[in-house]
Structure formats: structure tokens, C-alpha cells
Design a protein around this ligand. Sequence first.
Ligand code: SAH
Ligand code: ZN
Ligand code: ZN
Ligand code: ZN
Ligand code: ZN
Length: 503
Amino acid sequence: MAASGAGGSEGLCGSEWPGAGGLALLGLAPSAPSCPHGPALLFVKTSQGKEEGRRFYACSACRDRKDCNFFQWEDEKVSETRLAAREEYNRNHQPSFTHRQNVERYKNFVLLPLSKRRFCQECQQLLLPAEWEKHSDHQFLCDISAAQLKSPSQLLYPLENKKTNAQYLFADRSCQFLLDLILDLGFRRVLSVGTPRLHEMIQSKASQEDDFRVRSLLLDIDFRYSQFYTEDEFCHYNMFNHFFFGGEAARETCRKFLYQDNGERVIMVTDPPFGGLVEALASSFKKLMAIWKETEKGHNNQEMPMFWIFPYFFESRILEFFPSFSMMDYQVDYDNHALYKHGKTGRRQSPVRIFTNLTPSMIVLPAEEGYRFCAICQRYVSSGNQHCEICNSCTSKDGRRWKHCVLCKKCVKPSWFHCNNCNCCALQNHTCEKTDAGCFVCGKAGHKRSTCPSLSHARTACQADKKQRQKTLKRVKMGICKRSAMKHAIFSKKKVKNKKKKT
Ligand code: SAH
Ligand code: ZN
Ligand code: ZN
Ligand code: ZN
Ligand code: ZN
């Protein structure tokens, strides 16, 4: 902890960043210092839309300071001793086994008879017999079968750390739908970024069905997966700063994967944490796309095909960075999320959608689930999504039937009514924004702070993100399943051990 300057906390609100209290992301600076999660991101505190106070670096991956408390002022002079201490701290906070070692361990593990195959639930680790002793007071599973090894996402606890890394696994139906779609579109390779369950479905089929030709490379920050996949199948990767923990060799693995068949028939599928900073994600995805662009296929000015799975209320943010994308109506369902999955008693609406740069008409959505093709919009839409004659498009974002407001000149949610005070549509019981008092940021009348023209994109966006994040986090908090054992498992083993010692 010494290395990361815990004293500089005035810039942050509570234990949280950058959610609360106007912090804007400035991005990935070339000379950024590193925490155990790779180069830190540069932030600045904002007040009333203006940059205020000093800029600082904080961890790219962990939004909760309890998970990584890296903090450094941009202009701070860091002594040699502190730099050395930090480097040592970063080294010590890497996983206890390397990926290579984990691959070797796996090879030995599968040679064991079923009766000797144990998985420590506390350490989330496959155990070799020589290690049983060390884990004797831990809970473990035994008789780990080949089938279990093929579906690590079922064996591992979903990480549930709300701010840093909550893992929401696709419901089987949604995962199957994605894979079928990928197959129907003719893709042969999938760059799975933060989609371990899709990766697992592909790997599993590839090993079982001779004529299944699709391959997948998983990029994820959850290092537990390195126990189950070789270096050609999994790269330990941070999608907020485009950092490959495995260095040049891992980056080369990714590059090679994208370069196969001159870059033909490859698609990237990503399902990032929803609390994530959209601009940081977009910047990493652009870098992955740029690697592909070096291929022959990419040369004729094409974009690497992509599915970005994210809640619909981030639509404008995603389009800001990827204008060629459009949002599909398909509702992505999750297994371990009470709110985003099908209940027994009818369907809960999931807010999660697929954003893609492929032609919308190619994304065929299942008629069995009520989706239909709108010939005018040239895309598949939810059953409740009616084509509005005035807007001339199928305007619903959430699957319910929206209604057109002539005063707002657009379609709005069915629960909204036009408020003459606010001069826009809102929930009946909303508190009117005093528009006559002017915008909170610039003081001028006629708009709210969220649409203030005096703010740069990044800042307005950050505030919009903040609202969305808080909304999402609220839902997430309500819907999550409790698994107390696995709080900080991005780099699980070391921390679990350290904690053990203290208690
Ligand atoms: N629905 C997906 C899982 C999405 S959950 C599926 O079923 O396959 C988000 C995923 O992103 C998790 O696998 C998580 O480990 C990963 N993730 C979270 N933060 C990350 C980061 N900073 N870099 C890379 N991957 C990350
Ligand atoms: Zn960190
Ligand atoms: Zn153990
Ligand atoms: Zn309309
Ligand atoms: Zn209206």
C-alpha cells in the first residue's frame, strides 16, 4: 500500500472514483505511471463543468479504491525510493502462477484420475495432489470432470465486486443466439473480449464437433481463466487501458489471431462491465480494430466487424465514438442477474442490447421471441416496437410501445407525459427543473446541464455516464447474487492468502 500514496485522497469522493462528484476522464497519457492493472488513467476534478484542481492518475480497472488504491497527482514528484517500492508492489500483486505455469498444471491435472481432481473453491484454483495439504481447511469440489473443465464459467464463481468487476454471464439462450448469429453471418474467428461464456461455448463445440470451424481468443482481466486455456486461447487483458499483462508475446498472439486468413471472417464480441467508462473502452476497442486494419482485409477501408453488448441508454455515447454503429433491439439475457433474465412468470425486459457496425438488416432476430422485420427501417425490431409514421422509424428503445409527442417532435416512453413547465416529456410525478433559472452549468435558459453546449463532449458525457452508472449500479445492487467468498478475485490467490494471514 505504501507505494500508492494513500494520502492524496482529497480529489476523490469517498472510496469511489470517478462516479461521484464531477470527475472527467482525460485518458491514457503516454507517460502514465502503472498500478498492478497496467498504466493508470488521467482524471481531473470538475466543478460546474469546469476543470478544477489538479489532474491525477488512478487505476483504470478498479472503480473502488478498496480494490486498487493507486493514486498520483499528475505533477507529483515521485522519489526513486517510492518508484522502486511501487514496482515491487506491482510485482507482488501479480498472480502467483504465470499463465505458462497454469498451462503446465492443467496438463498434469487432466492426467489425474477423477478421484484426484480437486478444485479449491476458496482459492478458485485447480489443485494438484501435492497441494491438497495447503488447502486442507478450504472448501473444495472433487471429481472434476472433463465436462466441468470445458465450462470454467460454471465452475468459477462469477466475480461479484459491484464496482470493479461484476460478472454477468449470458443465459444459455442468449449465448446460443449470439453464436448462431455469428455462424449464420459466416464468421470463423471470434475475438471474445470479456465474453468468457461465449468463448467457452465456441471452444467446447470446437473440441466436440469435427465440422465446427469457428475459433475464439478470449481477452479478459479475470486471470482465473488462464487455468483452463492455453496462451493461444486466452490473454490476460485490461480493456480500459488496452494492456496485455503477458506483454509483447500476448499482444503478438492477439495480432496473429486477427491476421489469420488475411483478416477475413473475424468478428470482435465484447460485453464490458456496464459501469465502465465508455471513452476508455472505445479507445481500447479502436486500438484492437487498428491491429485488424493492418490486415489485407482492413486495407480497403473497412472496419473490423464488432458486437458491443451494452445497455440501451448508452446508445448516444457509443455512437459518439463509433458513428457507424447501430443498436439492435435484441434483449440480451443473463443467468446470474435477477433483473436481466427471464423469470418463470413471464419475461423481464433486459436493458442490454447489441451495438454493431454490420448492416442492421443482416442481424436476424428470432421470430419465436416476437421480433419482426420492419421493411421501412430495414431491421428487426421488438414486437412492441411500432413504426412511428411521424418519426419514420421504429422508435422504442426498451421494447415497449412508445408514443409520439407532437410538442417534443419525437417518440417518448409510454409512461411519460408532456410537461408544459419543463417543455418536454417526463414522468407524471417528476419534479420540474426550473428552466427559467437557467442551466446549472452556464446559467442560460432553454436547456439543462446535461445538454449544455458550453461543455466539451468529454465532460458532458462524463456527467451523463455518471447518471447512467448510478442507475445501473442501483439495478445491479438489487439483482446480484451474493457470493461472499469472491470479493477481489481479479488477482485472487495472493490477496486471499494475505487476508488469511491477517485474520
Ligand atoms: N456476458 C459475458 C460476461 C460479461 S461480464 C459472458 O457471459 O461471457 C464482464 C466480463 O468482462 C467479465 O468476464 C470480466 O472478467 C471482464 N472484465 C471486467 N473488467 C475488465 C477489464 N478491465 N478488462 C478486461 N476484462 C474485464
Ligand atoms: Zn489498479
Ligand atoms: Zn484453497
Ligand atoms: Zn414518433
Ligand atoms: Zn412532449
